[in-house]
Design a protein around this ligand. Structure first.
Ligand SMILES: Nc1nc2c(c(=O)[nH]1)N[C@H]1C(S)=C(S)[C@@H](COP(=O)(O)O)O[C@H]1N2
Ligand SMILES: [Mo]
Length: 321
């Protein structure tokens, strides 16, 4: 008889909050330690944490997110959700060196005219890179503001020319237990089903805010943040922003995304950030930005109501959560 460790998705609100406080305490201790040594030593330590040197990128700056206060690179790259490595928030940064991001192919399948497999470098030849500062809100109640570098998801999907029957698009993360240790753990031992799957309705995918990130803070994405390329859907909870994509499929039917499969009572397909619809085990009215002590109000559609509300005007957002 095996004793199963309780998966994170079964944690109570208290435990989630404790984890956040635990993290805050670590940040505080780090700051305390930093005050004792010269700042140049601290900078050296921070860059030594990067698992691999990351190439600086050239990109166009945009006005997205002007005026938002950024989280630090350190915050965004050391507190991660990446179950393929671990359910811990701290471990992906230490473990992600096993992810080999080059060569990396992305396959496009399903309801499209141009089904193809393309290397990331070929994809990058077809798009212009831009920087967008977006709010990012995890369903667990923490948030951050990150300057992503990438290109509109529409440009990515245009490569495959979706046909008129394509109503949805599904994305999958690479399945390779050599690179992602948790993929060999097995459902019996509390792992989530792999590969990780996410999906969007076609109109959502074509919305101007939907983004493919290949970098952040001026450089290539750290592996723990989903290198070589990941989705960023800023008006939806963070779990929709699938990492390390290797498969795109245009579908007629709504795809089943991983968290909906794991726990359909708690997670749906849409997962729009909505302070008025609580998670069954905690309120979604507030969030704690990484590095902040106080909670702040969560905004409808994470502050992107103007850009996205039209897509849901006839929908009951309590039902389609
Ligand atoms: N493949 C994959 N993608 C994923 C996840 C994951 O576990 N595996 N976690 C999701 C969740 S819950 C969140 S909040 C964000 C976290 O992104 P970050 O680590 O860059 O902050 O990634 C999302 N994408
Ligand atoms: Mo999340």
């Amino acid at each position: 008889m095996y004793i199963l460790r309780k998966p994170t998705w079964q944690l109570s609100e208290n435990e989630v909050t404790d984890e956040t406080l635990f993290h805050k305490r670590r940040e505080f201790l780090k700051l305390g330690a930093a005050a004792l040594v010269s700042s140049s030593v601290v900078v050296e330590k921070l860059s030594a944490m990067e698992t691999t040197p990351r190439t600086p990128l050239s990109f166009v700056k945009t006005s997205y997110g002007e005026g938002l206060e950024l989280n630090s690179f350190e915050q965004a790259s050391t507190y991660n959700n990446f179950y393929e490595f671990s359910t811990s928030k701290e471990k992906p940064a230490k473990m992600a060196h096993t992810l080999i991001t080059s060569p990396w192919d992305v396959g496009f399948y399903g309801e499209c005219e141009n089904s193809t497999i393309l290397g990331v470098e070929d994809i990058l030849k077809q798009v212009a890179l831009e920087e967008r500062i977006y709010r990012f809100r995890c369903v667990e109640g923490w948030s951050m503001v990150v300057p992503w570098i990438g290109f509109p998801l529409k440009k990515f999907l245009d490569i495959a020319k979706p046909n008129a029957k394509a109503k949805y698009v599904a994305f999958k993360t690479k399945y390779d237990p050599q690179m992602f240790p948790d993929q060999s753990r097995g459902l019996m031992f509390g792992a989530i089903p792999y590969p990780y799957v996410e999906g969007l309705r076609m109109d959502e995918a074509l919305n101007e805010l939907a983004f493919v990130a290949i970098g952040m803070y001026g450089k290539e994405l750290p592996k723990q943040n989903g290198a070589p390329l990941r989705l960023i859907v800023p008006w939806k909870y963070g779990f929709k922003s699938i990492k390390s994509i290797d498969y795109v499929e245009f579908t007629i039917k709504e795809p089943k995304n991983t968290w909906q499969v794991v726990n359909p009572v708690e997670y749906g397909f849409y997962a729009n950030v909505n302070p008025t619809v609580d998670h069954p085990r905690w309120s979604q009215a507030k969030e704690r930005k990484l590095g902040s002590f106080l909670k702040t109000k969560t905004l409808m559609f994470n502050g992107y109501e103007k850009e996205v509300a039209y897509m849901y005007k006839d929908m009951d957002l309590k039902r389609y959560f």
